[in-house]
Ligand binder design. Structure first.
Ligand code: ADP
Ligand code: ZN
Length: 591
């Protein structure tokens, strides 16, 4: 079922309600009219006429309505015969005929009947207007209403890098002509990438607020339509409206719903037309038109490559879940208007809420305020935050939100292990950052900066990568003992084994296997002995990687502890910070 915009749905409901209301009224009217007229038999009618009690008669098909002298009406089933007519004429009773369906709806009803189509059409026009010209989503885009909630950058906390990236956009929107005269090309398509509730919408809104330009919001799912061409028409209309209000920001949430990868086999032509229209409009905006389009998604890998090309959404801004400092700042923003008791320490609250997004923190503050209110207080105490956390956790299924202290320490040690070993082996990729902020299924991660241009990998580099991969488990083992190790290293082992296997089978990096390619060509048989040998060699290489990691960690135990403590404290460390902590650099592996 395609998604109808909410306003259209409301409009449809309104029209249905009005139309059914009309029919009920009509039926009631009909009924009450009929109730107002008595039925009379043919005999009674003839008798009345004979007494001179009948003033007039209207004949329909087999029915007649007689109006008595006192104004009362009677309904009679009666065959129209010449005898009857001449009888009535003889008594000077006014006779007329009606060719209606049953001929004889009461008079007013007939008028209402004729008015009905007019009224219904009127109602539909009204509903159309109500729905912002969007009835059934027919060919019209969501009517854009500038959002005038005055959100500013100060209201969005814990996302300083993203704010920094948006400043240039703000400058541009404040004075597009200055940029144009300088010949500067400002990116008009920005993509905010991050999990839900991290403040992407807020950021876009705040950018508009800072620049003092209108902010228009739409969602990718607004454009998912059933009929070919409708989605495209809505996109066209959306941009048309935005251009009319330029300079402005047009925000498209859930862009993946609109610009997902185009499939080969199941290409849905409506979807494709909509996407194509988006591309056309983006290109038009880039070549002029002071509209900045900010889109948001959590899954950039789902987007069609065409929308990411230069000139379209080529500027990506990552909006990550906040670290402990960021969480404290967000709590600060949201408690701004609350009265806090002196025992409230927002830092402690932030520390106890690892993995909470901005939205979840806002919710936490709200629950704390409710908890206080339930007890008739206006001042929020620390125990309100405790109660609030339990409520928020109950409402979310995410296990990562309820990490135990032990799990967090374990994660910190594991990631510190990866980080330390990658600093200690010169051939390893330089480290960009390490984090213990849970994301998706990963409780933490180390981000390294691979040298993207490298086409060939040295044996030394590959062995370094294997040792770095092993270092997570090695650190757990070293700090907590062999029985405490966890399943957290699964992906590490897979990565290491994969490298080792390719070294042996494809890259001729194992003496005993030799320089033979064992890449599985269909039909090429690897002898049983060779298969065994390959497994042995893979095993030897990974084992040596593990030994190397253990040696390095044992020899630098103080640095390992320092880094894991710092990770627990700050949750994210930059490559430079980690490198500094890994000093003094004993450098040689033998250390
Ligand atoms: P997204 O667009 O990333 O899903 P929103 O911007 O809609 O998230 O955030 C939803 C709500 O959560 C906001 O209205 C705000 O109350 C709160 N929020 C989220 N992130 C932040 C933040 N970084 N700073 C302050 N409040 C935030
Ligand atoms: Zn790991």
């Amino acid at each position: 079922m395609p998604h109808l915009p909410r306003r259209a749905t409301i409009a449809i409901a309104a029209v249905l309600a009005l139309v059914s209301g009309w029919f009920i009224f009509a039926a009631w009217n009909d009924y009450s009219r009929k109730a107002a007229q008595d039925n009379a038999t043919y005999t009674e009618f003839v008798d009345m006429a004979a007494r001179g009690d009948v003033a007039s008669v209207v004949f329909g098909n087999n029915v007649a309505r007689a109006t008595a002298a006192d104004g009362k009406q009677y309904r009679i089933v009666v065959p129209v015969t010449d005898d009857l007519l001449s009888e009535l004429r003889g008594r000077r009773i006014a006779i007329s005929f009606d060719d209606g369906p049953d001929g004889l709806m009461p008079q007013t009803m007939t008028v209402l009947d004729k008015l009905a189509p007019v009224i219904i059409v009127g109602l539909m026009i009204g509903a159309l207007a109500l729905s912002g010209g969007n009835f059934f989503g027919m060919g019209r885009a969501t009517r854009l209403h500038p959002d005038d909630s005055r959100v500013r950058f100060d209201d969005v906390a814990g996302v300083d890098e993203a704010k920094e990236e948006l400043r240039e956009t703000v400058e541009f929107l404040k004075d597009p002509h200055r940029f144009a005269m300088a010949g500067a090309r400002v990116p008009k398509g920005l993509l905010l990438v991050g999990p839900p509730g991290t403040g992407k919408t807020m950021l876009a809104k705040a950018a508009a607020g800072e620049a003092g330009v209108p902010f228009f919001a739409a969602s990718g799912s607004d454009f998912v339509e059933m009929f070919v061409g409708l989605g495209a028409a809505r996109v066209r209309n959306l941009f048309k409206q935005a251009r009319a209000k330029a300079p402005c920001i047009l925000f498209i949430d859930e862009i993946d719903a609109l610009a997902g990868k185009r499939g080969e086999a199941n290409s849905h032509s409506e979807k494709e037309q909509t996407l194509n229209q988006l591309l056309v409009e983006m290109d038009g905006v880039v070549d002029g038109g002071d509209v900045v389009i900010i889109a948001a998604t959590n899954r950039v890998e789902m987007l069609d490559a065409a929308v990411l090309r230069p000139g379209r959404f080529d500027r990506h801004i990552h909006v990550s879940p906040p670290d402990v400092t960021g969480r404290e700042a967000i709590l600060g923003v949201h408690t701004g208007r609350c009265k806090l008791a002196t025992d409230v320490c927002l830092k402690t609250v932030a520390r106890g809420a690892p993995g909470f997004s901005g939205a979840e923190l806002a919710n936490l503050v709200n629950e704390a305020a409710l908890s206080a209110a339930r007890q008739g207080r206006v001042i929020i105490h620390m125990n309100d935050f405790e109660a609030a956390k339990d409520r928020v956790l109950m409402g979310t299924e995410r296990r990562t939100l309820a990490l135990s202290d032990h799990e967090r320490r374990l994660t910190a040690v594991h990631e510190a292990g990866h980080a330390l070993v990658s600093v200690k082996i010169p051939e390893a990729d330089p480290i960009h950052k390490a984090t213990v902020i849970p994301r998706g299924r990963a409780l933490g991660m180390v981000v390294r900066l691979p040298d993207g241009d490298r086409v060939s990998l040295s044996r030394a580099k590959l062995l370094a990568d294997i040792a770095v991969a092993m270092a997570g488990r090695a650190a757990e083992e070293l700090v907590f003992g062999p029985d405490a190790v966890t399943t957290g290293a699964e992906a590490d082992f897979r990565a290491a084994t994969d490298i080792a296997r390719r070294m042996v089978k494809a890259w001729g990096m194992s003496e005993s296997v030799g320089f033979v390619a064992h890449t599985a060509e269909p039909g090429s048989a690897t002898s049983e002995r060779m298969a065994w040998l390959i497994d042995e060699e893979v095993r030897r290489i990974t084992d040596e990687g593990m030994e190397r990691a253990r040696r390095l960690l044992t020899g630098n135990r103080a640095a390992l502890d320092a880094i894991s403590e710092a990770l627990l404290e700050h949750e994210t460390l930059s490559g430079a910070e980690i490198t500094a902590m890994a000093e003094p650099k004993l450098e040689t592996e033998a250390a």
